[in-house]
Write a protein that binds this ligand. Structure first.
Ligand code: GDP
Ligand code: ZN
Length: 458
């Protein structure tokens, strides 16, 4: 275990909450709080993992706050250090007073993410788990939360560790072959190398296949609604925002405060994108031309193109149908309550493989079908097994891609008949890359960068 000073921060969101928690961690945690605590027992004498009722007193001995204090001694704590948590009243002023008082007792204000960082540096969690804590804090839907939770529990780490164990074994085999270069050993090693490396690569590819869905759960689908004027884009937007409840996330961080609006469609967060200042985008083809609008729309993960059931297809409808052709688009035929004027056969011909959803947004009909179409487009309609391990973190995805490529080179070399010691390097490199996912082989700089994304008190 490393030697650290004692840090403190408010662990609950700032505001008018009923109760706030001030978390103190480090070798002086108990002693520091004890100096300002008055209760039946001194904190230094109480059993670990107990909660005490008492008061905080300032330097003049005046009672400041009525508190409950949890004392948790190392190593069975989140940071593996002594941790004291002060539960006090939630008002901003009282929380600030208590924190100031704690800081006067020789503790230091924690940096964002520093508690989690300590848990990592003290070996309580690995890096992918620490990163998952960030995801948990930012999770926008239940499903995203579950994915992050699985990662915190170390599902991804276990998988990666298993792969690394296999690679270590391979390295050992290669060593033996190099040291005892008899012919039969070489053949055995060669077969083993090819077989195991293929297996490792397939496992990595499996993980990468979850990446797209993982990213969607983590970041949401950027969604644009397009259509010519008056087809019902604003109505659709409003209905989505009401029906499925807008989720507003507010993540206070030191680097930036993100306030974004999401709607939750069957566990998938949709981020309704503001294109050029307007949420629903009309006459964009006319305004900026086919090419430009194609470029703009192609940045979205999902395009909802709205047509009017009660009117014939116009030139602009046709243009839009053509523009969205190569994109992830869903065609909505709105206003089915109006007599049909649109030539549906013609529409069907133009949409190709894109799903078509019939709706009457004004009558609140078809929203279910739209949700279904979105869910099956991105999750192939299959019910998500909750314990599937998703990779969603951009850093992990990058590392896994590289690892897959490097081990691919090893496979090629070994199956192409190159001497086995030539592949040793690739196997070792794959092992290192996988190690970076769980933080086994990463630089201090990267670690600081990752933890800087946290909000205070975590
Ligand atoms: P936008 O210009 O594409 O944003 O279209 P709006 O959402 O502003 O809607 C244009 C008009 O169509 C409004 O008067 C809506 O009330 C109406 N409208 C929207 N959806 C429907 C529908 O399903 N049926 C009918 N009959 N009218 C609708
Ligand atoms: Zn509109």
């Amino acid at each position: 275990m490393m030697d650290f000073d004692t840090i403190a921060a408010v662990a609950t969101p700032l505001g008018e909450g009923g109760i706030a928690i001030i978390r103190v961690s480090g070798p002086q945690a108990v002693e520091a709080v004890d100096k300002i605590y008055k209760g039946r027992n001194r904190l230094s004498t109480v059993d670990t993992h107990t909660i005490q009722y008492g008061h905080l007193v300032d330097n003049e001995g005046d009672v400041l706050e009525e508190v409950m204090v949890s004392v948790m001694r190392a190593p069975r704590t989140f940071t593996k250090e002594d941790v004291v948590e002060i539960n006090c009243h939630g008002g901003i002023v009282s929380v600030k007073r208590v924190l100031d008082l704690v800081l006067e007792q020789g503790t230091r204000m924690a940096e964002p993410g520093e508690f989690t960082k300590r848990a990592f540096l003290n070996g309580r969690i690995d890096l992918s788990q620490a990163e998952a804590v960030i995801d948990l804090i930012r999770a926008k839907t239940d499903k995203a939360m579950k994915v992050a939770l699985h990662q915190v529990q170390g599902k991804l780490s276990l998988l990666i560790e298993d792969l690394r164990r296999q690679l270590i074994q391979l390295m050992a085999h290669i060593e033996v072959t190099i040291d005892y270069p008899e012919h039969d050993v070489d053949d055995v090693t060669r077969n083993l190398l090819s077989e195991k490396s293929r297996w490792v690569q397939e496992e990595i590819e499996k993980l990468l296949r979850t990446a797209k869905q993982g990213k969607i759960l983590r970041e949401g689908l950027s969604t644009v609604i397009v259509g010519r004027p008056n087809v019902g884009k604003s109505s659709l937007l409003n209905s989505l925002l009401q029906e499925v409840k807008a989720i507003v996330t507010d993540v206070p961080g030191t680097t930036r405060d993100i306030i974004e609006e999401y709607v939750n469609v069957r566990g998938i967060p949709l981020r309704l994108v503001d294109t050029a200042g307007i949420r629903d985008t009309e006459d964009i083809v006319e305004r900026i031309g086919v090419e430009k609008s194609r470029e703009m729309l192609s940045k979205a993960d999902l395009v909802l193109l709205v047509l009017n059931h009660g009117e014939e297809l116009t030139e602009e409808d046709r243009n839009l149908l053509q523009v969205v052709q190569p994109m992830n688009a869903i065609i909505i035929v709105n206003k089915v309550d109006l007599p049909q004027r649109i030539d549906l056969d013609n529409v069907q011909k133009m949409v190709g493989n894109m799903p078509v959803v019939m709706m009457s947004i004004a009558r609140e009909e078809g929203i279910e079908r739209l949700e279904e179409a979105i869910a099956s487009k991105f999750f192939s309609g299959s019910i998500q097994s909750e314990d599937l391990t998703y990779v969603s973190n951009a850093r992990h995805i990058q590392l896994l891609r590289e690892a897959s490529q490097v081990i691919g080179e090893a496979i090629e070399a070994v199956e192409g008949g190159l001497p086995v010691d030539m592949v040793a390097f690739d196997i070792r490199r794959t092992w290192e890359l996988l190690g970076e996912v769980i933080g086994d082989t990463v630089s201090d700089d990267l670690i600081s960068q990752i933890f800087a994304q946290f909000c205070l008190g975590k």
